[in-house]
Design a protein around this ligand. Structure first.
Ligand SMILES: *[C@@H]1O[C@H](CO)[C@@H](O)[C@H](O)[C@H]1NC(C)=O
Ligand SMILES: *[C@@H]1O[C@H](CO)[C@@H](O)[C@H](O)[C@H]1NC(C)=O
Length: 176
C-alpha cells in the first residue's frame, strides 16, 4: 500500500543519525543499548559499550518487506510454508490456492543449528520444531548463557569463544 519494499524504509539515515547522537553521549549509552536490544531481546550485558558508536554505524540494517511478510505468515499460521501471494497468484505460481509446505526431505546438506534462550526471532521452541523435520542435523547447540539473544550472536564480546569457534570446528569436519 505504501510502496515500501525495504524496512526500515528510506529514512534509515534519520534513524541512524538519531542512534548516533544517542549512543555517542556517555550518559545515554544505556538508553542506546535499550533501543538496540528492544529489537533483539533482553540485555545480557555481553556487549561492550565502548564500541557502541562503531556498532550503530551499521545498525539497523534493512531487510526486504516481503521477507517480513513471509515471517509474519509463518508465525500467524504456525506453518513453515512458501510465501502466500493470495489465491489467484498462488494458483499461478504453485498450482494451488494455498502455498505448499517446504519439503525438508530435499535438504541434503549436513546442518548445525545455534540458538539462544532469549532470541524472540528464533526461540528454543522453534528450534525444537525444526530439529524434528530437518533430516541431516549434525549439531544442535543452545548457547549456554541465560538471556542470550538475537543481537548477541553479532555483538557479544565473547561471541568468538561462544559460537564462532564452534562453527569453524564444525566446518573443519567437512573439509577434504
Ligand atoms: C571494551 O572495548 C574497548 C575498546 O576496544 C577496550 O579498550 C576495553 O577493554 C573493552 N572492555 C571490556 C570490558 O572488554
Ligand atoms: C495441478 O494440480 C492438479 C490438481 O492437483 C493436477 O492434476 C495437475 O497435474 C497439476 N498441474 C501441474 C502443471 O502440476
Amino acid at each position: 500500500m505504501l510502496n515500501w519494499y525495504e524496512l526500515p524504509t528510506a529514512n534509515n539515515a534519520v534513524v541512524n543519525r538519531f542512534l548516533k547522537m544517542l549512543c555517542n553521549r556517555s550518559s545515554l549509552k544505556d538508553v542506546c543499548m535499550d533501543i538496540i536490544y528492544l529489537i533483539g531481546g533482553a540485555n545480557t550485558g555481553l556487549v561492550n559499550k565502548t564500541v557502541l558508536p562503531f556498532i550503530i554505524q551499521y545498525t539497523p540494517s534493512s531487510m526486504s518487506t516481503k521477507q517480513v511478510w513471509h515471517y509474519g505468515q509463518v508465525v500467524e499460521t504456525g506453518e513453515f510454508k512458501k510465501y502466500d501471494y493470495g489465491k489467484k497468484t498462488n494458483l499461478k505460481r504453485y498450482n494451488s490456492t494455498k502455498p505448499p509446505f517446504y519439503d525438508f526431505s530435499k535438504v541434503k546438506a549436513p546442518m548445525g543449528i545455534f540458538y539462544g534462550d532469549s532470541d524472540p526471532f528464533a526461540t528454543p521452541r522453534m528450534a525444537e520444531e525444526f530439529v524434528k523435520v530437518v533430516p541431516n542435523l549434525v549439531l544442535n547447540y543452545q548457547v549456554p548463557i541465560r538471556g542470550f539473544n538475537h543481537l548477541d550472536f553479532l555483538l557479544a564480546h565473547n561471541i568468538k569463544e561462544l559460537v564462532y569457534d564452534k562453527i569453524c570446528e564444525l566446518f573443519s569436519n567437512y573439509t577434504s
